[in-house]
Write a protein that binds this ligand. Structure first.
Ligand SMILES: [Zn+2]
Length: 464
């Protein structure tokens, strides 16, 4: 049972009539909910927010322990409801339906753009959510993030200061803050039709297909795009490129009692992969993007205990600080050649990118990972900024700070308002165009770029 007793610790007007309900520890959660509903103080959303943490069975404020959620119940309610939706890449429907309904309930026009992917079950409905005020869908600015998460799903929990759960920071924390900021600006009369549209796309973590479908469908160009990802509230100055590599090992099967008659495909990988990883010191270090790293991501091989395996596959990922072609050329020139080993790229690679930043504003930092911004090959200003840290994203202890989320609502508001009215000054540092293949897309026709992107999707090789 969770105790709600913030009355004595609230920094503002502790005599407010909202909280006597929580001044004793003897009320049951159900009773508190019932009374709150009757009081209609916050409305349903806030009621859920006030008690959302109770569901996570964690302390939500004791007499001496103040819960930050109380400072913006609507924000944390929205976040919590999203975290309750399992929206693992490829199966985003519950999150999409929830977001669409929520945004419609706030009076926004909501378009759902179907996103098809030949590698996925066609019966699973996958859609990008695109929302805006009134009828003008061609906004000056698009504020964006992704609705999918990496697996496995686990439900939310919290304490007074932090929220845990799949997607807590990557990227539902940023989505909740963006929407809260947007709705506040709407209510304050700052935003008008055609200023800012919201885009929440599917498939970012694995396929890149949501953003690809959106950008391909554009017959106009937004001047600004702001994407929310875990940047620890730094303005991201850029991120690295990526190469997905596959090593196919071909062996010769034999009975496991006589392994000398076979050639073990797994052991061949054990011999080859360290040699591949040892090439890393040969990679040049870029003064802006830093080093290039390679990690072994997956290893598959063998099927039964009494046979020497004749097939094994390893998948590796390089995060590149210099143009990916340079790294690929170094790898190819340095790994030993073997008739039994085949090394190739799993999908099109991406090059390191630079982003635009706002002058004299939040602190800046380069990010080590890739994002949907790599899919924007149209010429515009691109910004990357959001809550949480890559240090816990994709982990089983994904976390976001409630204080950071409150801060983010303020800076997202500042960003939308300030960029549009000219009080914030963008510095155009961004890389254009976003390079997808090892070649420079500036030398490719739009058709060639689209074909390349199609290839990426069909391989499912756009893992961020
Ligand atoms: Zn993300």
């Amino acid at each position: 049972m969770v105790i709600l007793d913030p009355a004595s610790t609230l920094p503002y007007n502790p005599t407010t009539p909202l909280f006597p309900l929580f001044s004793t520890r003897t009320y049951s959660l159900d009773l508190k909910l019932q009374v709150l509903r009757k009081m209609k103080i916050f409305g349903v959303a806030a009621t859920v927010a006030a008690c959302a943490s109770c569901v996570g069975a964690s302390p939500l404020g004791t007499r001496n322990n103040y819960n930050v959620s109380l400072e913006n119940p609507a924000l944390f309610s929205l976040h919590w409801q999203m975290l309750e939706k399992n929206s693992t890449s490829g199966y985003e429907t519950p999150m999409v339906d929830f977001l669409a309904g929520f945004l419609r309930s706030k009076g926004l026009t909501v378009e759902l753009q179907p996103v098809s992917n030949p590698t996925l079950d066609p019966n699973v409905r996958r859609e990008n959510v695109y929302a805006y005020m009134g009828s003008n869908r061609q906004c000056k600015m698009i504020v964006n993030s992704h609705t999918d998460t990496v697996p496995p799903y686990y439900p939310p929990s919290d304490n007074n200061t932090d929220i845990f759960g799949r997607g807590a920071n990557d990227a539902k924390g940023s989505i909740a803050c963006q929407i809260t900021a947007y709705l506040a600006l709407m209510e304050e009369g700052v935003l008008k039709e055609g200023d800012v549209c919201l885009l929440y796309d599917v498939g970012e973590e694995r396929y890149g297909d949501g953003m690809a479908a959106f950008v391909e469908s554009l017959d106009w160009t937004p001047k600004y795009i702001l994407t929310g990802e875990p940047t620890e509230s730094y303005q991201a100055t850029g991120h690295k490129g990526s190469i997905n590599m596959v090593v196919n090992s071909t062996g010769l099967t034999s009975h496991s009692s006589v392994p000398q008659y076979g050639r073990n495909a797994i052991l061949q990988l054990f011999d080859y992969i360290p040699k591949l990883l040892n090439i890393q010191p040969k990679f040049p270090v870029d003064p802006f993007h830093g080093n290039t790293s390679i990690s072994l991501s997956s290893l598959m091989g063998g099927s039964i205990s009494n046979a020497v395996p004749d097939k094994a596959v390893a998948v590796l990922n390089a995060r590149t600080g210099v143009p990916s072609k340079q790294i690929w050329d170094i790898i190819k020139a340095n790994v030993p050649h073997s008739q039994y080993i085949d090394l190739y790229r799993q999908s099109a690679s991406s090059n390191p990118l630079k982003f635009d930043v706002i002058k004299d504003w939040l602190p800046k930092k380069i990010m080590p990972y890739g994002t949907d911004l790599g899919g924007w090959y149209v010429k515009n200003l691109k910004f990357l900024l959001g809550v949480g840290s890559i240090a816990t994203a994709h982990s089983m202890h994904e976390v976001v700070s409630k204080r950071e989320m409150l801060h983010a609502v303020q800076y997202y508001k500042q960003f939308m308002q300030g960029v549009l009215n000219g009080t914030l000054t963008p510095i155009a540092n961004g890389t254009y165009p976003s390079s997808y293949e090892l070649s420079d897309t500036s030398k490719m026709s739009k058709r060639e770029i689209l074909l390349e992107r199609q290839k990426i999707r069909s391989f499912g090789g756009c893992m961020h």
